[in-house]
Write a protein that binds this ligand. Structure first.
Ligand code: COI
Length: 356
């Protein structure tokens, strides 16, 4: 692991006072972590510096061809005031998998993890205290060559920024309405769907915007070939409950292998639920909601945690799930996952790194 230099800010910012109004991604802490890469030299100069603007040449390749990947993980404050991370190494390992698909260099995960920990500790006063809040950690890698030819860059910047957050959706744990997208697709076979590349999110914004204007929080993406099978929501993976059985789309290369998805499947099994990863036809999901067989739907993600889905709309038909209320399974899984993350429940799976 490389040595990380630290330059502290001389002008700390005022922290948000009202934690009930944090929302998601509005505030940023006093410092950031940076590390550069050059072909033939590898990752170098890991450093923590005051949070601030980047100076970039307008011909920097990321601005044109979008070699940009990111991650999202969180730091939680325990009731005793101590801090803990939840599976940060899984996020950094996923970044290396994203990098491989995007023809970017594998991350120096060890130095990145150490940088992440030191950065959070330096800005620890920014970790909020209220229930349901946390410090969102955003590791990102971008291509930096100044060149307009379409090929892989030879230089990259990796950085981590921190943002104190409340819930991702404005209504918190209240069930959201989701619009089933049947015109646009998010990912195709052989594409970048399984990566956390910025382009996946850029491609999703138009459909999200249209859905929002219709009164829905987000879209549910269907497969890019037949537009028949459930993929993911974009900011979260989807799960459906049939009594004590929880089903979710199988990882098929075009959906994100969510770390919260994996954690929830593990916890669900440990809690005695049956779990199944399968190809799920949206027509069957709708039929099962109509017949009452499908009892709950919820999304999972770092930002979204567990977000109950109370309504699904497709082809002008809107169906209410579980009376539009949070279901018992969603609540149980939410309580278990957040109980572990905030240190209220034992960490039997060894997912937690205590920082203080
Ligand atoms: C996350 O859950 O961390 C995400 O990256 C989803 C979204 C905010 C882009």
């Amino acid at each position: 692991m490389k040595t990380i230099s630290i330059q502290k800010t001389t002008a700390p910012k005022a922290k948000p006072q009202d934690e009930s109004k944090l929302g998601f991604g509005h505030y940023f802490t006093d410092h950031m972590f940076l590390m550069n890469y050059e072909e033939g030299k590898g990752w170098f100069d890991p450093r923590i510096v005051p949070y601030g603007d980047f100076a970039m040449d307008p011909a920097s390749m990321v601005l044109h061809y979008g070699q940009a990947i990111f991650e999202g993980t969180k730091c939680y404050r325990r009731a005793d005031g101590g801090l803990q991370l939840f599976r940060p190494e899984a996020n950094l390992a996923r970044m290396t998998r994203s990098a491989q698909r995007m023809c970017m260099p594998a991350l120096d995960e060890e130095t990145a993890l150490e940088g992440l920990k030191q950065l959070v500790l330096l800005d620890q006063e920014w970790v909020p205290h209220s229930e349901g809040t946390s410090l969102y950690i955003r590791p990102t890698m971008i291509s930096m060559d100044v060149h307009l030819g379409v090929h892989a860059s030879k230089t990259y910047l990796f950085f981590i920024i921190l943002s104190p957050v409340g819930s991702y959706y404005k209504d918190g744990l209240k069930p959201v309405g989701i619009y089933v997208e049947d015109q646009y697709v998010r990912a195709v076979r052989g594409g970048t769907g399984f990566t956390k590349c910025a382009g996946n999110y850029a491609a999703s914004i138009l459909a999200g915007d249209i859905a929002e204007k219709k009164g829905y929080s987000q879209v549910l993406w269907l497969d890019g070939v037949e537009q028949k099978y459930v993929e993911e929501v974009g900011s979260m993976n989807m799960m459906f409950a049939y009594g004590n059985r929880i089903v979710t789309p199988a990882l098929n290369g075009s959906i994100l292998p969510g770390i919260t998805r994996d954690s929830i499947l593990t916890l669900a099994r440990q809690l005695g639920y049956e779990t199944e990863e399968a190809r799920l036809a949206i027509a069957d999901i709708f039929a099962d909601i109509r017949s009452g067989k499908l009892t709950e739907a919820f999304g999972t993600g770092t930002a979204a945690v567990i977000s109950p889905v109370g309504k699904l709309c497709m082809d002008g038909e809107e169906l209410v799930i579980g009376g539009g209320e949070i279901g018992a399974i969603s609540q149980k899984l939410y309580d278990t996952l957040t109980g572990i993350q905030y240190g209220k429940l034992p960490d039997e799976n060894h997912w937690i790194t205590r920082l203080s």
